[in-house]
Design a protein around this ligand. Sequence first.
Ligand SMILES: [Mg+2]
Length: 337
Amino acid sequence: MVSRPRGPLKEKRLSTRQIKIIVEKYLDGYVAYPLGVKGVVVGEGDTYEEALADVESAIKFHIESFRDNVLEVESPEHMTIDHLIIDMDGVLWRGAQVIPGAPEFIRFLRQRGIGFVLATNNSTRTAAQYQDRLAGFGIEVAPHEIVTSALATAGYLATQAEPGTPVYVIGGDGLRQALTEKGFVLDSQQARYVVVGMDLELTFDKLRRATLLIRAGAGFVGSNPDKTFPSEEGMIPGAGATLAALEAATGVSPVIVGKPEPIMFQQALKRLGATAATTAMIGDRLETDILGGQRAGLKTILVLSGVTKASDLAASDLKPDWVFQDVDELRRKWMWA
Ligand SMILES: [Mg+2]
């Protein structure tokens, strides 16, 4: 609060809207709320210039305090976030469109030295294919900064079985390639594990083969539990739908690797060299990103740029630690820390 000697003046408070206008004028668009400058006191009868000078001083004071306290204005936990696990679809892009501000967000993280991995439940593509897709959106990342559920599944299986172990795969190139790169052998007859992801060429024959293998004792692993997958025409069956069919036919529940189960989160943390306590998950889905992040002991950040609307959040029992419209808003607030 800033005060100057004056006569006895009745105090009044600027409205949030008035402050916002002034802050936008002086601070290049950064709104008042994150700076905590609601309710700056000015004297009644002040000229507009005097009011501006007061508000400007108050804002400068709050910025200094904000910097000193590293975002304590909003929440003290923000101080401890030095790694991020970032969902991609609905966070960095939506459909064929980049989310505005996503490239700047990734550059901001690099400038800040905040380590991150991009993590997707989609097992159909390889890390290199995601790298290309991101480059098309102006987002430059290295393959080692991308974890897909296919890579995580192969990583998990490598902790369970020796290289050379035969596996039967229902899934796309991303899953097949990840498994063969870990030394597993694709074999529909002798397989000791049935590994299931989303398969755009799913047939009854594949379901039959997988059912017979699982009933004969093969391990049953699913890359991700998503029952549906968004397409241009609407929702179509995802990996979870195939897993449900096989579960019904065998009575066996699969080990699930992707979000919200902990395995992919654990692998992402290992890759980051990070602990859960100093890492946050950013995603657009409550039931995978936020639930999974919470189960893994991470802080969680929901962005409303994907499938979850504010009304969905209000109706859900799942409460993320922070909510932003998109990663651009997160960056603008975070940059004051
Ligand atoms: Mg998403």
